[in-house]
Design a protein around this ligand. Structure first.
Ligand code: PLP
Length: 298
């Protein structure tokens, strides 16, 4: 979906702004489509949200798109109405920039957080926004391979042409399953979210009790993105000195059999990502092992 839109619009040299940390596929899709990814860095202190001035600075005459993802993979960070308004105010001033909003985690927000999408909040962006969503996350239909998008008609038509010459189409059975999921009862979503919130809170609390780990509490998605900066320079049970987040995750796997993903490939490290879309008992055990691993570092 996102890739089709990039393929439909990118000319050589076009730039695509990607706030970091990002879903690893965004820069690769931009490169495949012949564009240039331009990262806008964020920090843990800012809740992994873009500073509007940093965004303004990253925009050039060559900027074609910004890829916006709230709630985010990998951080779970989601923009409040006010935070999103600060971003859309900048974008309104640059009419050549198109907005790709990946709303995949729209329904997965906690603590009464209210989700807003750019085209919904700022009508002046409506005509140049592509809003993307899919069945994989809130509807637990990852294997059905259904995404969908709303945007300017000529763009959607070109995306459909690209799709029809590449994968041809998603299967009819998947399309009908998605129709049923979207039109059917939605009451399982708050039920799931209650469990996700408990798992998030469990992970955040247990990870913050691990030596050298700092874990912010994200607003949504099903990821936590703790910093492991406080472990860098320490020595693991194998005798290896931890120099990077890749060392941290490798040694953690070796010592405790816990698999997490290093943060650097997502565009901000030293950190790691945990998906808490798994059993609470498994998360509890994994976090206890992470605590033990961090406690044993010398
Ligand atoms: C932010 C984001 N967008 C899009 C996707 C793609 O989802 P799928 O291809 O499973 O529909 C993912 C999957 O991890 C994601 O995290």
């Amino acid at each position: 979906m996102l890739y089709n839109a990039l393929m439909a619009t990118i000319n050589p040299g076009d730039e695509v702004i990607i706030p970091a940390p990002y879903w690893v596929s965004y820069p690769e899709m931009v490169l495949l489509a012949g564009g240039e990814p331009v990262e806008v860095a964020t920090t843990m202190e800012s809740g992994f949200k873009m500073n509007p001035e940093a965004l303004e600075k990253a925009i050039t005459p060559k900027t074609k798109w910004i890829i916006f993802n709230s709630p985010s993979n990998p951080t779970g960070a989601a923009y409040t109405r006010a935070e999103l308004k600060a971003v859309t105010d900048v974008l309104v001033r640059h009419p050549h920039v198109h907005v790709m909003s990946d709303d995949m985690y729209e329904h997965l927000v906690y603590d009464d957080f209210e989700f807003f999408s750019p085209a919904q909040l700022e009508p002046r962006l409506y005509e140049r926004t592509l809003t993307v969503n899919g069945m994989s996350k809130a509807y637990c239909m990852t294997g059905w391979r259904i995404g969908y998008a709303g945007g300017p008609e000529p763009l959607i038509k070109t995306m459909a042409m690209i799709q029809s010459q590449s994968t041809s189409n998603p299967t009819a059975v998947s399309q009908w399953a998605a129709v049923e999921a979207l039109n059917g009862p939605q009451d399982f979503i708050p039920r799931h979210n209650k469990i996700f919130k408990e798992r998030r809170d469990l992970c955040v609390s247990m990870l913050n009790q691990a030596n050298g780990i700092r874990c912010p509490k994200p607003e949504g998605a099903f990821y936590v993105y703790p910093s492991c900066k406080g472990t860098i320079g320490k020595v693991a049970p194998t005798g290896k000195k931890l120099a990077t987040d890749e060392d941290f995750v490798t040694e953690l796997l070796e010592a405790e059999g816990v698999a997490v993903v290093q943060g650097t490939p997502f565009g901000l490290g030293p950190a790691f990502r945990i998906s808490y879309a798994t059993a609470t008992t498994a998360l509890e055990e994994a976090c206890a092992r992470i605590q033990r691993f961090c406690g044993n570092l010398k």
